[in-house]
Design a protein around this ligand. Structure first.
Ligand SMILES: C[S@@+](CC[C@H](N)C(=O)[O-])C[C@H]1O[C@@H](n2cnc3c(N)ncnc32)[C@H](O)[C@@H]1O
Length: 237
C-alpha cells in the first residue's frame, strides 16, 4: 500500500508515521508513504496558500493554484492511476469497510489535508477528490483524519500486526459478525475482588468460543444497539 500526504504540517504527519505499527510497517516495506509540504507550492515570497473568501465571511480559503501544483507534482512521480482522498466533514464516514477497502487498494492514495475555513470549490471540481469524514464534528485540519484512515487500513494488511488473528477478531470484523468484541482478561485471576470468568480458565475451547460469541452479542446489544439492529435486519429505532 502506498500513500502520499499533502499537508501544511509535515512534521505532525511524520511524527505519527514514525511511531509504532505505522513505522514498523514502513520499515518492513508493507506500507510506504510520501509527505509533501504544501507550502513549497505556495505563491510569492511568502509562499501563500490561502486567501480571503469571495463574498466575505470569516477565515481563509485554500487557493487552487498551490493545491493543483502540489497534486500534479506528487502524481507525476507516481506510475499510473491514483485514488484521491480528501478528509472532509462532508464525506463518507470512515468505517471498517472503507479501511479494508483502502488496505486492498492497488492504486497509490493521494491525500490532501485541508486547513483553515475551507477550500476553493474549484479544487473539488477539477480534482474530484473522494471525501472521507471522521464523523459529525469539525477538526482544525485534515492531518488527523488522514492518519486515522491510514492507521485503520495499514493494520489490516496481512503481516503488519504480529498475529493476523488480532484484527480478524477485532470489533466490526467478520469473526465478530460486524459487531463488537467479547471482554478480555489477563493475569491475575483475582484483582480487587473481581475474578476472571471460570470458563476462560477451563481449557475447553468450544465452551470458550460459545462464551465469547454470547458475550460479544450482549456487548453489541448494550453498547451499540444500532449495530445489533442492523445485523438482525431491524431499523435500530
Ligand atoms: C476547520 S476544517 C473546515 C471546516 C469547514 N469550514 C466546514 O464547515 O465544513 C479544516 C479541515 O479539517 C478537516 N476536517 C475537519 N473536520 C473533519 C472531519 N470530521 N472529518 C474529516 N476531516 C475533517 C478537513 O480537511 C477540513 O478541510
Amino acid at each position: 500500500m502506498h500513500a502520499e500526504i499533502i499537508t501544511l504540517f509535515p512534521d505532525m504527519v511524520r511524527a505519527v508515521l514514525d511511531t509504532s505499527i505505522l513505522s514498523r510497517a514502513r520499515e518492513a516495506g508493507q506500507f510506504t508513504c510520501g509527505v509533501t509540504d504544501l507550502r513549497e507550492f505556495g505563491l510569492g515570497n511568502y509562499r501563500r496558500v490561502d486567501d480571503v473568501p469571495y463574498g466575505g465571511g470569516p477565515g481563509m480559503v485554500f487557493r487552487p493554484e498551490p493545491v493543483y501544483a502540489a497534486v500534479e507534482a506528487v502524481e507525476a512521480r507516481l506510475d499510473g492511476p491514483v485514488r484521491r482522498l480528501l478528509p472532509s466533514p462532508q464525506g463518507r464516514v470512515l468505517d471498517h469497510a472503507l479501511a479494508a477497502e483502502l488496505a486492498r487498494e492497488a492504486r497509490p492514495l493521494v491525500i490532501l489535508c485541508g486547513h483553515y475555513e475551507g477550500m476553493d470549490e474549484r479544487i473539488m471540481q477539477g480534482l474530484a477528490f473522494e471525501e472521507v469524514s471522521l464523523g459529525d464534528f469539525v477538526l482544525t485540519g485534515g492531518e488527523l483524519p488522514a492518519l486515522a484512515m491510514l492507521d485503520a487500513a495499514v493494520r489490516l494488511i496481512p503481516g503488519v500486526l504480529g498475529d493476523d488473528r488480532s484484527h480478524q477478531q477485532d470489533c466490526f470484523s467478520e469473526a465478530a459478525a460486524g459487531g463488537l468484541k467479547y471482554p478480555q482478561y489477563t493475569r491475575p485471576v483475582v484483582f480487587r475482588g473481581m475474578t476472571v470468568p471460570e470458563v476462560l480458565r477451563s481449557g475447553h475451547h468450544a465452551e470458550i468460543e460459545r462464551w465469547r460469541a454470547e458475550q460479544a452479542r450482549q456487548v453489541t446489544r448494550t453498547k451499540r444497539p444500532d449495530l445489533a439492529a442492523r445485523k438482525s435486519g431491524g431499523n435500530g429505532a
